[in-house]
Design a protein around this ligand. Sequence first.
Ligand SMILES: *Cc1c(COP(=O)(O)O)cnc(C)c1O
Length: 482
Amino acid sequence: MTDPILETLESDTQAASGAEVVALVAEYFDSTRDGTGAVSTELTPEQLAVRFDEPLPRGGQSLRHVAQRLRTDVMADANRLYHPMYMGHQVAPPLPAAVWTEPLISVMNQSVAVWEMSPTATVIEHRVIRWMTDLVGWDEASGGTLTSGGTEATFTALLAARNAIIPDAWTDGVGANPPVVLCGEHAHYAVSRALGELGLGVRSLVTIPSREFRMDPDALERALVDARASGKAVMAVVATVGSTATGSFDDLSAIGAICDAHGVWLHVDGAHGASALLSESRAAALHGLERARSLAWDPHKGMLLPIATGMLLMRDDRDLQRAFAQRAPYLFHERVGARAWDLGKESFQCSRRADVLKLWVVLQRYGADGIGRVYDHLCDVTRDLYDAITSRSDFEALHAPESNILCFRYLGGGNRDSDFIDALNRNLRAAYNRSGKGWITLTVLEGRPVLRVTLMNHRTRTHHTRALLDGLAAEAAKLISE
Ligand SMILES: *Cc1c(COP(=O)(O)O)cnc(C)c1O
């Protein structure tokens, strides 16, 4: 007699079983459409933990029962990114065609480590990477790989830069006088983290001050000269397009020219902002990008893919092949024959999901231009929010938006001291999010707490951002009267 579990597995392969879960996805899309209901939960992690505090299930239950628990216990208190009032972190309510592709990626489970494990997906990844490097303006020598995100992409780019400047680092380590890396003061912590991981030490990071939240190119020039004068080699300069806090774009033309003049590797962290390449009107913000030697670009940010869809692009793919070569580069042989297709040697990961399929699907379904227009829509609504803020006396904007991110503060009426305003904004964010009316973030700019929104949702329109300001003002009035 065969174990009934084998029959359970077989019955779960039927479309009717899948429909139980697909129904939840459709229900989620529907229930978030008109902007009713809370955006997030008011429960604490401890309260939620009680719900899941149960012994390891030894036996199984019906899929219907499990689906019901997903509905009541998981979905009910998840952050509803598809709700038009979700304006928090840089995480997308993912493009629907990508969502529907996820189960297909899972069921085929093609590992893109080696071509023989993923005959079509590996070839598609090469194709998609080529489309993207074409957009950057690079030639056939360029290449890259998909990554889990911007953190892995920047880590890998800096690993490649390390191996370029210290060819024997893989076997001998980085030595007692490691090179330095220069980045803007608003760079993502992925940069400093990579320095720790790569054995250079976070002390090898030099931060360059900014002007209006963008790296100051004159200060970069001075820092490069200073580094040289103090006997430090420079491994790389990291510029950011679409900085995390304010969505600002560093001037890649100016920075690229300086890096060229000094013969220094330029890595561009475009995790958030590189997707502007798809926008007809906003691609100009990336002028000079082709000067970079490596680029981190997260389709799971500006292209609204589900996590995890990151990308590292290289101007010269051999830099990436050498990054993970477990022999000094002078011993390294070019990839040949069928192995030339294998992507595993260019990645931190071994088994790797064919996430490229959902990227390929959304490009087929909406076209690069369509996705660029969604990006424009998000930036336009953000610009409108900025205009609304500057026309009101109870709020102030900290910067004009360069993308879909905006930082601002609630000031209220009258003259209040700045400590009061700081505390008010901190409490306001917490109270507003708890209210369920919307969901935003808080960051610190120049030492002061500020409210921050990232508009990632195609459903968010200007009447929603007006509702945000009115909702915040109403919560603030309550806080002040308490
Ligand atoms: C989000 C972000 C990162 C980190 O990317 P992950 O995909 O979260 O790993 C790095 N740099 C910038 C500028 C980002 O916005």
